[in-house]
Design a protein around this ligand. Structure first.
Ligand code: HXC
Length: 269
């Protein structure tokens, strides 16, 4: 679908996107590139990164991929540095890397719980922390007159209520939302950095959907959930464009729900 935004809304900006080579992260990378940004993708799988970068370059988007795991502080620091060295500045950080699997609380080990918190929550904080000196007003690569950067944390709606077999992800995304609000307060005030989140509903064609909602489950869910509909990766990328661009310049500390209203739904009676 064609974008309703002007193609130059992110002109001259540099975005670093974790999990940027696949799923929702890749669509954000693509749309940011189509709207004028240069993009650096961070991911664990070399092949996946390489093919994502080739696709972006074929669209004439300045793109580079860096291997790294957001759980490792040294990887986070190296990828942030490399992005700055490659493009000369960093304006936008998108934390889209996430881990997930379905498991009952009874069967989940502490290490399984910790692993998802390490990726989603600690990984998000670590990336924000490492990128801070580049994102802040007057930081490296920025003039004192330029505004601060923008951070977007990809969250979920699972933890608004409770979700079967998702205790680890629910806890992890609750921590992500708290991180979004606290950084928005501290870094918005001190450095003019806007920190926001996006909470996607079920999005077709993502690793999350194929892992968490096999076809038979999603069709059953559609029957009893009045507002159940699948979103597209494009929907999330458009929300990210709004938040990252000047269109969202007064939005700080919000996590925008982009789920077609699903989290509100109750069975009809
Ligand atoms: C129970 C499991 C498990 C499973 C792993 N564990 N998979 N427990 N059921 N299916 C436990 C392991 O037993 C281990 O604990 C601990 O978790 C760490 O497992 P590892 O395999 O060593 O971890 P690792 O290789 O680092 O893999 C991380 C991962 C993996 C999260 C487990 O799935 C991954 O890397 N995924 C990344 C891609 C991904 O999931 N994308 C989808 C995101 S979707 P023990 O105790 O045995 O040592 C998404 C949507 C959220 O986020 C919102 C939905 C609406």
């Amino acid at each position: 679908m064609e974008s309703p935004f002007k193609p130059e809304i992110l002109k001259g900006k540099v975005a670093l996107i974790t999990g940027g080579a696949s799923g929702i992260g890749f669509e954000i990378s693509t749309q940011f590139g189509k709207h004028g940004a240069s993009v650096a993708l961070m991911g664990r799988r070399k092949q996946v990164l390489q093919s994502a970068v080739s696709v972006l370059q074929s669209l004439v988007i300045p793109a580079v991929g860096f291997e790294g795991d957001v759980r490792k502080q040294e990887d986070a620091a190296r990828v942030v540095e490399s992005t700055f060295k490659h493009f000369g500045r960093i304006d936008i950080l998108v934390n889209a890397a996430a881990g997930n699997f379905l498991v009952s609380a009874e069967d989940l080990s502490s290490n399984g719980f910790r692993t998802v918190l390490d990726i989603d929550s600690v990984g998000t904080f670590t990336m924000c922390h490492e990128a801070l000196k580049y994102l802040k007003k007057g930081g490296e690569g920025r003039s004192n007159s330029s505004s601060g950067g923008s951070i977007i944390n990809i969250s979920a709606t699972l933890h608004y209520t409770a979700s079967w077999y998702q205790i680890h992800v629910s806890a992890a995304k609750a921590a992500v939302d708290a991180t979004t609000r606290n950084l928005a307060l501290e870094w918005g005030t001190d450095y003019d950095i806007r920190v926001n989140g996006i909470a996607p509903g079920p999005i077709s064609g993502t690793p999350g959907m194929s892992k968490l909602a096999p076809d038979e489950i999603s069709s059953k869910a559609r029957d009893y959930m009045p507002l159940y509909k699948l979103g597209e990766k494009w929907d999330i990328a458009m929300a990210a464009l709004f938040l990252a661009s000047d269109a969202g310049k007064f939005v700080n500390g919000d996590t925008m729900i982009v789920d077609g209203g699903l989290w509100l739904s109750r069975p009809r009676h």
